[in-house]
Every structure is written in structure tokens, then in C-alpha cells.
Design a protein around this ligand. Structure first.
Ligand code: FO1
Length: 322
């Protein structure tokens, strides 16, 4: 077990199995698990490919919520209360803009705004999102490879009974309230995996689908990278029929599936050879596909120790079963 001293100082365990891992991630759950992996694996053995379907332009700035959530979390800079945005944040800019009539439904903190300003400036200069992310990671001391799924824009559109909504409009502005009918990922057919993603997948011993929303965090990445020829393990983001955070369970229900770890396993059944579910769902183990190995463990990540313990469990499962 890793010994964790503080948010950013973690002693790696000495007796850990080392494997080259590519993790696909989006949202806060994905970032927390990726952080757990980062405590266990040598930095050169971990590549995180991050969903960019949630990206959008706001106040003329290019915002990449999932990419920033993963980077801030691995850098020890994430806001521990929300999981997104920056720790020790202040809100002067958004509050002043709001007093002048600007929108304040998407909370951009002062420190976070520095990231969006500099990213937007560089994109306008012609730099790619993956180059910018690499430079930002270096500045933040993130040694792992963090890749946007693509340098080309892909936009998740949530098809709802209230009409088609851009992802952040649905997720933050409308608080996931409209009933979901489906999803589409605009631009996905033209999007190439970011430079380095194919190579990382080729070199990987296994690919891990983090406990992120299958519909809007993992599916867009899978659509961009298309084929995965390595063993794939998924961790259920649904425990006891619910998500810790976010609308995944509601989405399953509205699309006609009873939300459960089993529904998640079925969602990925053509792709995965291993599935990790929470102890609370142990009774579902027998119903999960016969072509799949399963592991039951505690998947709740309440603190930093939970993240590295879960990552360690998943790496041992990969070693033993795949
Ligand atoms: N989520 C919210 O629920 N409300 C917000 O105001 C909000 C602001 C925000 C700003 C920067 C950022 O990187 C993320 C932010 N998020 C906010 C989270 C974001 O909408 C979601 O985490 C993802 O897009 C879903 O994976």
C-alpha cells in the first residue's frame, strides 16, 4: 500500500507490479482513479487519454474541463470539495463579470481562468491542444503523459426531450434535468487520436476504463481511438444502482436500462475482458458475462489512500487475470 503524506507527496510502494497502462478518463471519478494509478506506477508507464467532448468556448475562452480536472488532480492542485477547478480559488473575475450582466452559471475561478487564458492564447497562435497540455503538465510538475483524446474538436451533444443541448449547457446550466434520449459526438468522424495516443496504446500491457461516465466520458474517447487491441478492464462508476457524482445512473434509466454495475458491464461487453465492481454489488458478479473476469473490491474513493488502494487492486487484477 502506498504511504500518502499529503495531496502532492506520495511514497510509491516498493513491491508493486509494473505494467504500462493507458487509462481512459473523464470527469472527477476518472481523475481520482488516474491519480491513484499515478501513485503506483512509474510516470513513464502511465498515459491518460482524456475526454474532450465536454470542451466549449465561454467568454471567448477555450475551456477543457476534463483535461484540466485530470491535470489539476495529478498536480495536487484540484479543489477537494468540487473535484473540478482549483484549490484555494477566488471568484473575483466571474463575480465582476456577472455584475456587468455576464453569465455566471459556469463558475470560472480566478486561478483557473489563468489556464484558460493561456491555453486560448496559444491555440490562437496555432499550437495544438496536446502540445499545450504537455507544456502545462511540465509547469505543474505532472510527470505522467496526459493526452487530450484528439487535437481536433469533438463536441458532445446531449439529445434530450428539451431539444439538443451542448454538453455544458445540459450538465451545468440545466443541471442534467432534461430527460436524455441519446448522444452524438460532433466532429468525431474527422478527429484523429492525439499524437502519441496510438503509440501508447500499442505499447500498453492493458487499457483501463476509469470509473467515469460510460456515455459521455468514455464513449467519446473510444469513438476517437476506435480499435483497442490490448486487454481492457473497466471499473464500474455505478455502485448500488447509483453514481457517487454525476448523471450516469440517470442516463442509463432514461435510456431504458436499470442502472447498475451489470448495465455498465453490458455497455462495454464487446470491448472488455475484465470488470471491477464494488462490494455492495457482489451479488451481480454471477450475472456478468462469461467472457469476462471480474473483481469485487471497495471502489469508493473517499480519500487519497482509497485512490491508490483501488489502483493497486486493479493492477493486481490485471496481473492475475489478463
Ligand atoms: N461543474 C459544475 O457543476 N458547475 C460549474 O460551475 C463548473 C465549472 C467548471 C469550471 C472549470 C472546470 O474545469 C470544470 C467545471 N465544472 C463545473 C465541471 C465540469 O462541468 C464537469 O466536471 C465535466 O465537464 C463533466 O465531466
Amino acid at each position: 500500500m502506498a504511504q500518502i503524506n499529503s495531496e502532492s507527496t506520495v511514497l510509491r510502494p516498493s513491491s508493486t507490479v509494473h505494467r504500462r497502462i493507458v487509462a481512459l478518463a473523464g470527469g472527477v471519478g476518472g481523475a481520482k482513479f488516474a491519480h491513484g494509478l499515478a501513485q503506483i506506477l512509474p510516470p513513464e508507464d502511465l498515459t491518460v487519454i482524456v475526454n474532450t467532448g465536454d470542451d466549449f468556448e465561454h467568454y471567448g475562452l477555450y475551456i477543457c474541463p476534463d483535461l484540466d480536472t485530470v491535470c489539476y488532480t495529478l498536480a495536487g492542485l484540484a479543489n477537494p470539495e468540487t473535484g473540478w477547478g482549483r484549490v484555494d480559488e477566488t471568484w473575483n473575475v466571474i463575480e465582476n463579470a456577472s455584475k456587468l450582466g455576464g453569465p455566471d452559471w459556469f463558475r470560472l475561478g480566478d486561478r483557473d481562468l489563468g489556464t484558460h487564458l493561456e491555453r486560448t492564447r496559444r491555440l490562437k497562435e496555432g499550437q495544438t491542444l496536446s502540445q499545450i497540455t504537455k507544456d502545462f503538465c511540465k509547469a505543474w510538475g505532472v510527470e505522467q503523459t496526459i493526452l487530450p483524446m484528439s487535437d481536433q474538436p469533438v463536441r458532445t451533444i446531449v439529445e434530450t426531450e428539451a431539444g439538443d443541448l451542448a454538453f455544458q449547457e445540459y450538465f451545468v446550466h440545466r443541471r442534467c434535468e432534461p430527460r436524455v434520449k441519446g448522444f452524438r459526438f460532433e466532429g468525431v468522424d474527422l478527429a484523429e487520436p492525439a499524437p502519441g495516443a496510438r503509440e501508447a496504446l500499442q505499447a500498453a500491457d492493458a487499457v483501463i476504463l476509469c470509473p467515469s461516465n460510460p456515455w459521455v466520458s468514455i464513449d467519446p474517447i473510444l469513438r476517437v481511438i476506435k480499435k483497442v487491441k490490448k486487454p481492457v478492464v473497466a471499473i464500474s462508476p455505478i455502485l448500488g444502482g447509483q453514481t457517487v457524482k454525476g448523471p450516469a445512473a440517470k442516463m442509463f434509466r432514461e435510456l431504458g436500462f436499470k442502472p447498475s454495475a451489470l448495465a455498465v458491464a453490458n455497455h462495454y461487453c464487446d470491448l472488455i475482458s475484465g470488470f471491477v465492481l464494488d462490494k455492495i454489488d457482489e451479488q451481480l458478479k454471477g450475472d456478468i458475462g462469461i467472457n469476462m473476469s471480474t473483481m469485487v473490491t471497495n471502489t469508493l474513493m473517499k480519500d487519497l489512500n482509497d485512490r491508490s488502494r483501488l489502483a493497486q487492486d486493479v493492477l493486481h487484477f490485471i496481473e492475475a487475470e489478463l
